[in-house]
Design a binder for this molecule. Structure first.
Ligand code: ZN
Length: 170
């Protein structure tokens, strides 16, 4: 997911999608199986977010088939909604199947894994211009390898990554 719009380096508003939040959520679940301390889990959740973001993940062009900016925005909102629901379902399934799960560690890891994108959305929507450097920086992390590829490969790639992380978590 999830920030559906982002400031480009020039300050002009452009729309593109960040990595889906679902792979980040699966990473948080995995972290909660390894770490018991919630603060540490939060820190690892944060780190895992940026590690996953750095890996070229082929979703920048999602919605580019839509002709208008508004059309693309609406399309992305739908994609983001499915993404968030999927994340919640993942966590729900995990905690209902693992009664012994570490609740504080799970909460810490999820907050850490989601915060970078939530911060992005909040900063942008409330036009917190003093923090725009963060959006630019987060965008740079995404483009660290400067390699874009089609969502045709990117979406299956993210699904596979999510499933692999879940497999080692269960
Ligand atoms: Zn991100």
């Amino acid at each position: 997911m999830a920030p559906v719009s982002a400031l480009s380096d020039t300050g002009a508003l452009c729309y593109y999608i960040d990595m889906f939040i679902t792979p980040h959520t699966s990473a948080a679940i995995w972290i909660s199986t390894k770490v018991t301390d919630p603060v540490l889990a939060f820190a690892f959740g944060l780190i895992s977010h940026f590690i996953l973001d750095i890996i070229p993940h082929g979703d920048e062009d999602i919605g580019s088939h839509k002709k208008t900016k508004r059309g693309r925005f609406i399309y992305m909102m739908k994609v983001a909604t499915v993404d968030v629901i999927l994340s919640v379902v993942l966590v729900y399934f995990y905690i209902t199947r693992h009664q012994d799960y570490n609740r504080p560690a799970m909460a810490g890891a999820i907050v850490g894994a989601w915060l970078p994108d939530v911060a992005w959305i909040v900063i942008e929507n409330f036009k917190m211009t003093a923090l725009y450097w963060y959006i630019v920086w987060h965008g740079r992390i995404h483009n660290a390898f400067n390699w874009r590829y089609s969502p045709v490969y990117g979406v299956p790639f993210q699904i596979i990554v999510t499933l692999l992380i879940l497999k080692v978590s269960y």
